[in-house]
Design a protein around this ligand. Structure first.
Ligand SMILES: Nc1ncnc2c1ncn2[C@@H]1O[C@H](COP(=O)(O)OP(=O)(O)O)[C@@H](O)[C@H]1O
Ligand SMILES: O=P(O)(O)OC[C@H]1O[C@](O)(COP(=O)(O)O)[C@@H](O)[C@@H]1O
Ligand SMILES: [Mg+2]
Length: 534
């Protein structure tokens, strides 16, 4: 593939309107009637802090407890920002659509379950094409970067950003940044055209390459500014979105007309607020192959045990959904549900019982499960990867050894154990059909938002409706399986495994949920209640 090296600057700072003495951007009399919080920061703090909380959350309140959390717009810090009619209205495929453009007043509710007297709650801006755009096609220069671990669907998102920009907005200058964040300042760029990306959604991985580490907002913005890029599409997980928030703050601090959008990627579905993350469905589907193999192996040997380790550092959604989908799994272990091995109600007792009943069993274990047990028996290791993520012990290997030792020690019965770790096989597949459609919508929502001048935001569906969400709402907290909710109860009833929770712990879990309330009356565990799948 051809490369373009750093070009001369097309992007000039519009002006420096940030006032470091009070942390305010003066042009706040926005026609969209927003007000800003009085929280103040210094400009240097904005550039160097790792806290991704935006300086000025844009919040509007309305009747009956209505709260609108909007995302930043270029006009917040660039006065008299020119706008242009959206070129979509002249494109035959789109011009026929009735009400194609979203109403500026449309918002999407964070919660849709309500009672008669409950407040209307938090809302986010509805995603979609606007009547007016802030970028002319010929002046737009967009870049796309992928960061963090692989996930099915990365190539589809890249493809649809490129095709969306070309086909909907006539933008013909799009480049890919190679190898994650550090590619901004250490690598050349790849020109992206519809021809280049035409078939990439059929391949796993990312054609741009990815990496952990290397997020240096100042060097990245220098590179953006030097090259004249004015739209930045950043695809990645929680770490990447934190980095994107810092890049946005640095761009805003410099007063540049550069819009930044994050497209949330996380294979294990641990990003809060949004319904689910792309690649998750594909991962659950692909996990079936590993579970089937483990089941075939287990069934074929006397007292066969098959163990499958699935992705999920802190959130066991893949393990839970793969177990529920398969019906061949006898026990599912996730990080949210502590378990124990020995004694009444423990895992060993259950394994013996199930082997006596069925002659074989399959255990699915999420990679983050049982880490506390492992560190008790192995020397504690606090190693981190280049992004600062804690490196976990291999729970699958550990569990396999523990089970083997148990049966050897007790000489109760002979057994055969097979351990499968399909992590990289699952991550590397292309996205399935439903994830492809989802990735397309995510990419288009991002393109529409950026063309309309929104910046410092991320996109995703809430109850099926796409919305623009401030960075900090998806980088604070993690979505986790709530083990006192109905979905986990369904799993327990489908496997008939022990719950490993004592009644007093159930009460503890409930108390913890009320303590974790955020200022909006929402708590992190609550977010997970009905997602994914009611
Ligand atoms: N707190 C943070 N602030 C800024 N950048 C971060 C932060 N955490 C991670 N990053 C950057 O984001 C990128 C990907 O992060 P990582 O956690 O590995 O993957 P993911 O984005 O999938 O969570 C890396 O380049 C890393 O340097
Ligand atoms: O070996 P790598 O590439 O660092 O990735 C391993 C880890 O990446 C993951 O797939 C998650 O990736 P992210 O942190 O990017 O979401 C984990 O499940 C796995 O432990
Ligand atoms: Mg991460």
């Amino acid at each position: 593939m051809d490369s373009i090296s750093s070009s001369t600057s097309l992007t000039t700072p519009i002006f420096q309107c940030f006032d470091p003495s009070n942390g305010y951007y003066p042009s706040l009399s926005s026609p969209r009637h927003f007000y800003y919080s009085s929280k103040t920061h210094s400009s240097t703090a904005a550039a160097s802090t790792v806290d991704s909380t935006p300086l000025f959350p844009k919040i509007v309140t309305g009747d009956a407890g209505y709260v609108f959390e909007d995302v930043p717009h270029l006009s917040d810090y660039i006065p008299q920002l020119p706008t242009y009619p959206d070129p979509l209205q002249d494109i035959p495929s789109y011009s026929a659509v009735k009400q194609y453009f979203v109403n500026e007043e449309d918002t999407v509710a964070e919660k849709i379950i309500a009672q008669k007297n409950s407040p209307r709650g938090v809302h986010f801006r509805r995603a979609g094409p606007s009547q007016k755009v802030c970028f002319r096609s010929e002046e737009t220069y967009a870049c796309v970067v992928t960061c963090g671990g692989l996930c099915p669907g990365l190539n589809t998102v890249i493809r649809e950003i490129v095709c969306g920009l070309y086909d909907m907005y006539g933008v013909h200058k799009v480049v890919g940044i190679e190898g994650g964040y550090r590619g901004f300042y250490s690598r050349n760029m790849i020109p992206l055209t519809p021809k280049v990306v035409n078939n990439i959604h059929k391949r796993g991985g990312t054609i741009l390459g990815t990496s952990r580490g290397g997020s240096d907002p100042s060097k990245i913005v220098d590179s953006i500014q030097d090259r004249g890029i004015n739209q930045v599409y950043i695809i990645g997980g929680d770490g990447t979105q934190k980095g994107a928030a810092l890049i946005f703050e640095e761009i805003r601090r410099r007063g540049l007309k550069v819009a930044v959008v994050g497209i949330p990627k996380t294979i294990d579905n641990d990003i809060p607020i949004i319904d689910k993350s792309f690649g998750f469905d594909t991962a659950v589907e692909e996990a079936q192959r590993a579970i089937n193999a483990a089941h075939v192996e287990a069934e074929s040997f006397e007292n066969g045990i098959g163990i499958v380790k699935l992705i999920g550092r802190y959130s066991g959604f893949i393990a839970m959904n793969a177990t529920l989908a398969s019906r061949d799994v006898d026990c599912c272990l996730i990080p949210e549900s502590p378990f124990f091995l020995e004694g009444p109600g423990g895992l060993f007792e259950f394994i013996e019982k199930r082997l006596k009943e069925n002659g074989h069993m399959v255990i699915v274990v999420a990679e983050g499960a049982g880490q506390d047990l492992i560190s008790q028996s192995l020397s504690k290791m606090n190693q981190q990867d280049a992004s600062g993520n804690r490196l976990l012990q291999d729970v699958g290997l550990w569990l396999s050894q523990k089970i083997k030792d148990h049966f050897k020690k007790n000489r109760k019965m002979t057994m055969t154990l097979k351990y499968i770790d399909p992590t990289y096989m699952i991550r590397a597949v292309p996205s399935n059909a439903s994830d492809n459609i989802y990735c397309t919508l995510l990419a288009q929502s991002a393109v529409h938002g950026v063309m309309a001048g929104y910046t410092g935001f991320t996109v995703g569906p809430l109850h099926g409706r796409h919305a623009y969400i401030p960075f900090h709402r998806i980088t604070t907290g993690q979505k986790r399986v709530v083990i006192t909710d109905r979905m986990w109860a369904r799993l327990l009833s489908s496997t008939n495994q022990p719950s490993f929770i004592k009644p007093q712990n159930i009460n503890g879990e409930r108390e913890e949920r009320t303590e974790n309330q955020t200022p909006n009356g929402k708590n992190h565990t609550e977010m997970t209640e009905a997602k994914p799948g009611e």
